[in-house]
Write a protein that binds this ligand. Structure first.
Ligand code: HPA
Length: 261
């Protein structure tokens, strides 16, 4: 077991990237400097979700120094919304100032089909839990009015336009999982203003804002949400569909990093 700061041996990335289910393709574009299993790092939990290898990779993406979490730990694994607190605190300790989060999601918006990518502009957390439960200091009262950094959103949108990539913008609603939502829940989500639903990201956004990092977050749409089409949902479908939007999102992220913020 080593601390992240020791494992990185002086490497100081300012940008961290969290890759969701099936988005591991981004790793192929990284000029890798080092790789570390979550299991070998102090304060890091281990993940059991197929499609998530839970590894830390450092290196350069298009010339920009990055630290990448290939996989994350989800609330639904142990019922711990703060599961990613240790890793995010470790990122802070090595000097990371901005966090780019990605996930796979179901779309509640008929105009945003599978293969689409969406920039998250806001979220809905009606899960009843919060990763800051138990935090004793007044820092727990984190403002989320501008949780998704406007300058970062602008930078990504500019590059999407130049690349000719359609980048949807919308609201992500966090569900605990691991079961998928019901059609009735999706109807409510849509009526409340959600464009996409998923089982991750929101706890990390809250923790990252608690730690004063700038946040950008993206969903890759792998399916229409429950009840919007005839069929049943599955994690196999998520894994199969994620690389389609994932490829566009990888290009967008790597170009934006190159151009800088
Ligand atoms: N719901 C929740 N999480 C998801 C979905 C979904 O429809 N698709 C991919 N992740």
């Amino acid at each position: 077991m080593t601390s992240l700061i020791d494992a990185l041996n002086g490497f100081q990335p300012e940008t961290a990237l969290v890759l969701g289910s099936g988005l591991g393709g981004v790793v192929d574009s990284i000029d890798v400097k080092s790789r570390h299993s979550f299991a070998d790092l102090e304060g890091f939990p281990t993940s059991s979700v197929s499609g998530h290898s839970a590894e830390v990779i450092t290196g350069a993406l298009n010339g920009h120094k990055v630290i990448v979490f290939s996989g994350r730990v989800h609330y639904y694994e142990q019922g711990d919304a703060a599961a990613m607190r240790g890793p995010l605190e470790a990122l802070k300790s090595v000097g990371v100032i901005r966090l780019i989060l990605t996930n796979s999601a179901g779309s509640t918006n008929p105009d945003m089909g599978p293969g689409s990518i969406m920039q998250i502009k806001d979220h809905i957390n009606f899960s009843g839990t919060n990763p800051l439960f138990g935090e004793p200091t007044d820092k727990r009262f984190v403002g989320l009015t501008t949780a998704y950094s406007k300058p970062l959103r602008k930078a990504f949108r500019k590059q999407a336009k130049q690349l000719g990539i359609k980048l949807h913008r919308g609201v992500y609603m966090w569900f605990s999982g691991p079961s998928f939502e019901t059609p009735a829940e999706i109807k409510i989500a849509r009526n409340m203003g959600a464009d996409a639903v998923g089982m991750s990201t929101v706890p990390e956004v809250i923790l990252a804002r608690f730690l004063d990092m700038d946040v950008a977050a993206f969903s890759v749409v792998t399916n229409y949400a429950a009840g919007m089409t005839g069929g049943e949902l599955s994690h196999t479908e998520t894994k199969e569909m994620a690389p389609q939007g994932g490829e566009k999102l990888s290009r967008l992220i790597s170009t934006t990093l190159k151009e800088g913020f």
